[in-house]
Design a protein around this ligand. Structure first.
Ligand code: MN
Length: 241
């Protein structure tokens, strides 16, 4: 049996080919998997579990159906969908994981993360992250009317686009020191994350020991999946149908 990892789908009604591929993935190999982990930014924006968005409802129903077929689905918040909450979990059946979260995968010690917390060179983003991950800020946001929240999300998305167009590309990647600190703190063999949209397998030495950092890709133009079973792992592209 295979454990599957994906992230950074950025599902949105105005980009329907991503959702089509995601639904095919859920009906296809995910339904034969041991479990599925979605490591953040499943949705392009998420303004609260009470959003009646029909497109998102279709995605929720498909996840619920997969779990109904006996495949556990785990979810970790990204920087776009950090407002996914308990109602979403109850409606779909997913288990929400803290970031980071450590698992034993066929005998390998793997630390899962969305990845944005290690992008410490992007100071403006880290300030936004600190503000928006504060439970008080989140509670206040969720009390606002839906149209206000949607307007905030649209504005945040626009500002983020401008920020990423202007900023030095290097600060968008994880910081090497932050990666080393994370390995040192958790003592994992493998660190697996998304967020940077730079799919790769990096080998590095941590305190004389070999460690591996695996980065999942985004789903903008094609899918990206890490398949892991007792024989090992492979980071693969999922071509658009
Ligand atoms: Mn992200």
């Amino acid at each position: 049996m295979t454990t599957l990892f994906i992230s950074d789908l950025h599902l949105a009604a105005d980009h329907p080919d991503i959702g089509t591929q995601f639904l095919a993935f859920l009906h296809g190999e995910a339904s034969r998997a041991e479990s599925l982990y979605i490591l953040g930014d499943m949705f392009e924006t998420w303004v609260g579990d009470d959003d009646p968005n029909a497109y998102y409802a279709e995605m929720k129903a498909a996840i619920h159906a997969l779990i109904g077929r006996g495949v556990p689905v785990f979810f970790m918040h990204g920087n776009r969908d950090f407002l996914i909450g308990e109602r979403f979990a109850a409606e779909t059946g997913i288990t929400i994981l803290p970031d980071p979260h450590q698992i034993d995968l066929y005998g390998t010690d793997v630390l899962l993360s969305h990845g944005d917390a290690m992008c410490i060179d992007d100071v403006a983003y880290q300030q936004f992250r600190t503000k928006t991950r504060d439970p008080k800020w989140q509670a206040a946001m969720l009390e606002k009317p839906l149209d206000e929240r949607l307007a905030f999300a649209a504005q945040a998305r626009l500002q983020s686009k401008q920020h990423y167009a202007m900023a030095n590309k290097k600060i968008m990647d994880v910081n090497e020191g932050a990666v080393k600190e994370t390995f040192a703190k958790y003592g994992a063999d493998v660190l697996l994350h998304g967020h940077t949209h730079r799919p790769a397998v990096h080998k590095l030495a941590i305190g004389g020991l070999q460690a591996t950092r695996i980065v999942l890709g985004d789903w903008y133009k094609q899918g990206s999946v890490l398949r892991w079973d007792a024989a090992g792992y492979s980071l693969d592209v999922l071509p658009r149908l």
